[in-house]
Ligand binder design. Structure first.
Ligand SMILES: [Zn+2]
Length: 396
């Protein structure tokens, strides 16, 4: 739940940053990997400050220098970067030198300094795609490889070889015993693989598991009890691969990419189909800000549906004369709000992100929250036709 909200906020910040443009090549992006020495970054910045003196355009020179100053100042007291590293941005936006920093939801694996007319955001966008993880497992009698797929990134868990001897050995009476030993070794091997799979694939963020391998061994593995029921339920596809190592993982991924993408889309589609049919029948659905907000406060909401495209704010206005407070949703420009009592112009007092505010309300009422993309026609319809805000209700 919180996951969905955080993802939204992260996405929103990236969207805002991506819309910012510099007058010239003057917007600076710095990525600091976890554990990296911050003083090396500041040294690099000082070096860049020296280089900046050679910039021909006076305006760009001034802006780049000012941005570097802001960054140096921001990093001055930092001993080490946050757990997942830090992405920090500075530049002149609408005649003001701004600074933004993002603690990424996953560890940064790129250390960079860039100066461009836009902020460099690709590594962060990639993380956003890593909404959910998929377990990848390849197994045969000789070798097994396990990995997690997060977005486009593969995290190898382990590749291991078995001690199971080959089946072919010259016969005689001892072959029966030998066969038996092989089977015991194989059992131990599959058990080891299964335990590792359960440990890594049972957690909730793993949305599906894809099993691969050459030949029929994978089916035997699946039909036996090496995998827990919890893991078994997550298996969404079984794929033939030629390899059992990391190449096999890539093969598995290529052959099942569509399956995984479809799964996320299908889940969202199902949710929206339910919402749309309930809404059409006047059943257990609510939509529009007012109605949904009301249903939320009354504890009627089972699942709150919010379009990822919502970029609104919830603003508290305050009257300078009598101190009266008015809360409003601001969709684009800040409106002129007058006090009901004395008609004074009220001033924005507290600003909150709209989705964040609504999500907090939902959390208090133990309602689930689902962010809806606009990747499907249903998602688009949800945004255009229902304003991107809706709910499935527990009761009416
Ligand atoms: Zn007033």
């Amino acid at each position: 739940m919180a996951h969905s909200k955080e993802r939204y906020l992260f996405r929103k910040k990236l969207k805002e940053l991506s819309e910012m443009k510099g007058q010239g090549t003057e917007l600076i992006s710095i990525y600091i990997t976890p554990g990296y020495n911050v003083s090396e970054v500041t040294n690099k910045l000082r070096e860049e400050a020296g280089q900046a003196m050679n910039i021909k355009s006076k305006q760009t020179r001034k802006n780049v220098s000012a941005a570097i100053e802001r960054l140096l100042h921001a990093l001055k007291n930092m001993k080490k970067p946050p757990e997942n590293g830090l992405a920090i941005f500075s530049g002149n936006i609408d005649d003001k030198v701004e600074l933004f920093s993002i603690e990424p939801p996953e560890p940064l694996n790129i250390q960079t300094y860039r100066c461009d007319s836009q902020f460099f955001l690709d590594p962060l966008w990639d993380m956003l795609e890593a909404k959910e993880a998929y377990g990848l497992i390849i197994v045969d009698r000789r070798e097994a490889t396990l990995a997690l797929l997060k977005g486009k990134r593969i995290e190898l868990i382990k590749s291991m070889g078995s001690q199971v001897p080959g089946k072919h050995r010259a016969g005689g009476q001892s072959s029966v015993r030998f066969e038996r030993l092989i089977e015991i070794a194989a059992h131990e091997w599959f058990k080891k693989v299964g335990d590792l799979a359960n440990k890594n694939f049972e957690p909730e963020e793993v949305k599906g598991v894809i099993l691969g391998g050459p030949g029929p061994t994978k089916h035997g593995f699946l039909n036996a009890d090496y995998l827990s029921n919890k893991t078994k339920k997550k298996i969404v596809a079984t794929v033939d691969t030629s390899y059992t190592d990391e190449f096999g993982i890539r093969e598995l991924m290529q052959k099942s990419g569509d399956v995984m993408h479809d799964l996320e889309i299908i889940k969202e589609k199902k949710l929206l189909e339910k919402f749309l049919s309930e809404a059409a029948l006047g059943g257990l659905a609510a939509y529009g800000e007012k109605e949904v907000r009301e249903a939320l406060t009354m504890g009627k909401v089972d699942t709150l549906l919010l379009s990822e495209e919502l970029m609104w704010k919830r603003v508290e206005f305050k009257c300078p004369q009598c101190g009266a407070i008015k809360e409003m949703t601001v969709k684009e420009h800040m409106p002129l709000v007058k006090c009901d009592k004395d008609h004074m112009n009220m001033a924005p007092h507290v600003e909150k992100d709209f989705v964040e505010e609504l999500a907090e309300l939902a959390e208090q009422m133990a309602s689930k929250i689902e962010m809806i993309s606009t990747d499907t026609p249903e998602g688009e319809q949800f945004k255009e036709g229902f304003g991107g805000i809706g709910a499935l209700l527990r009761f009416k």
